[in-house]
Design a protein around this ligand. Sequence first.
Ligand code: NDP
Length: 434
Amino acid sequence: MAETKTVHSPLVTYASMLSLLTLCPPFVILLWYTMVHADGSILQTWDYLKQNGLQGFIEIWPRPTAIASKIIVCYGAFEAALQLLLPGKRVEGPISPSGNRPVYKANGMAAYFVTLTTYLGLWWFGIFNPTIVYDHLGEIFSALIFGSFVFCILLYIKGHLAPSSTDSGSSGNIIIDFYWGMELYPRIGKNFDIKVFTNCRFGMMSWAVLAVTYCIKQYELNGRVADSVLVNTILMLVYVTKFFWWEAGYWNTMDIAHDRAGFYICWGCLVWVPSIYTSPGMYLVNHPINLGTQLALFILVAGILCIYINYDCDRQRQEFRRTNGKCLVWGRAPSKIVASYTTTSGETKTSLLLTSGWWGLSRHFHYVPEISAAFFWTVPALFNHFLPYFYVLFLTILLLDRAKRDDDRCRSKYGKYWKLYCQKVPYRVIPGIY
Ligand code: NDP
């Protein structure tokens, strides 16, 4: 199974896999506890843990209650139903390493619209108050942590017993198989794509739902919403709207086309996205900071600009590939490399590599506006505490590692053509620096 070849040394790979498997779950709980119950102060949580030790930690870890499980099951079932039932254009994904081409129904934007209007409608008509979600957030994260572990075990078993396509297989190592996954495109039946559910309809959708929840919670607490929360919520919603607008494009990216369905991607999207990605908003609920109109507008415009540039990078690459290079890039014919490669079945194919536009600035320039946008939706929290910036730090590490993983994968796929691209575009992420 070529995909499980490790980029780092085996020791570093095993150590990082095992530490992520064991440290991420308690981290989610500690982050929630600090944001909601310790004023966002790492020092306060640290003092509490120093005084109360392991027993104290066990006490703050909420038990997964019935109400939390009900909220998760209703939300998950609703999203699964929308994924299956809403109409959408038939879209083909990229050809997989084994030569399969997955087919999807592009109904993400419709699902996003239905989800948010239903959620706001339930609140408006007094049927369900989103503050219940905030008030049970710790229990929800706790239930998600355990439930998603079980989900990943089921994925592992399915990968062994009933894989959906030939894009699956074992590395021969149980930890790698569980962590990186067994199947590239696991499905239930012919149509229900599990990665679309975990990554898009559960994970990314929960980001928008929780952003709205935090806003409503502050409104119900204070009778108004501070401009810091407004800027944070609007930017996160613009980002998630962009995501669903471009969802079919996401199905061509590494997450879907290269990373298999295992703990790394699935647990990450089911637990890490709702908890860590939304954490700046979680902090702001209890910190109604007032920025003033000018500063708020400046941050808002800067954030929207970054989200637009990130979108345009992805759009440019996909438009270039879709038209087979017959498009304009920044008003000119694109410069490109025609790169051939051999599939796992031994066929020779070609891909085009764009070497102008955003993709001529650096090989992963799109990560720069991605990280900057995250900074702009966090900075309304100002600088009293570090923790709201954890997501920005995490994203920077994730994307720098991803740039290296992607470079290594492309080097082994395209060989001398990738070398040529590196000569033409020498920087990996930040032009002139890295
Ligand atoms: P992409 O998959 O979109 O791009 C990398 C792939 O594009 C490569 O694997 C290669 O695939 C192809 N490629 C590389 N260079 C070129 C080129 N010059 N011309 C044409 N094709 C090229 O990257 P990501 O999945 O990392 O990112 C997609 C989006 O998701 C970005 O906006 C990113 O910021 C965002 N993202 C957000 C994260 C978050 O947690 N917030 C995490 C990760 C990504 P091939 O084999 O087809 O040649």
